[in-house]
Ligand binder design. Sequence first.
Ligand code: PEP
Length: 252
Amino acid sequence: MARRPLMAGNWKMFKTVSESVDLVKKLKDSLSGVKDRDALVCPPFTALAAVSEVLKGSAVTLGAQNMNDNVQGAFTGEISPAMLKDAGCAYVILGHSERRQYYFETDALVNKKCKLALEQGLTPIVCVGEQLAEREAGRTFPVVESQVKGSLGGLTPEQAGKVVVAYEPVWAIGTGKTATPDQAQEVHAFVRDWIGRLFGSSIADGMRILYGGSVKPDNIDSLMAQKDIDGGLVGGASLKAEDFTRIVKFLS
Ligand code: PEP
C-alpha cells in the first residue's frame, strides 16, 4: 500500500510567539505547492493559537508536543486534548523520549494518553526507541517491542489505524548521529511486523512509521528511500524554514 509521507517538526521548547509566527509564515509560502505529502509543525503550547491563525488555508497542519491524560480537571500546569483541538491542533506527539526520560512517562501513561487523544479526535504520534546502552547490549528489538505493545495495547484495529508511530533511537536525537538507513529500516520493518500481529496486516500496511533522530536535509533522501520509512519526526532541523522545507521536499 502506498502510504502518504508525513514530515513532522518538533520545535521542542524553542520559539516565542512572534518567532513561531515568522517561521510558519515562511513555511506556508515555501510549502504552498506541496500536494503529495503532509507537513506538520508542533510548536510550544503558547504559540499554537497564533500559528493556527497563520496556517489557515494552508496545507501545513498543526500539532502539539504533549497533552495530559485526563479530559479536564484540577491538574495545574497541564493542557487537555480539547484545549489542543480548540487551538487548532490535529495531531499530538506522545511519549517522546524526552518526556519518558525527564518526566518519567511510562508506556502505561502513553497508552492512556493515546486512547484519550483518539477519543478526542486528535491523531497521536507515538514515539518509541531504544537508548544507546540498550542498542549496545543487543536489546533494541525487545525494547521496541515492549514499547509498541505497552503504548498501543488495548486499541481496537480501527483506532490503531489512526495512529502514527515514530521510531526514534534515543542515541540519535539531537546528537547529530543518525541511524543508517539500514539500521532504521530494520527497526521500522520490525515495528510494522508487530503492528500486524497486534492489529492485522491491513492496519500494518497502512500505518505511517516515521523515523526521528538527527534528520537533516542531507540524510532525508536516503532514509526516505527505505521501504518502511514513511516520514520523519524532525527536531533541530525543523527550526529553520529552509532546512524543514528541503526535508518535506525529499527526493523531489
Ligand atoms: C526529535 O525532536 O524528536 C528529534 C528527533 O530531534 P533531532 O531531529 O534534533 O534529533
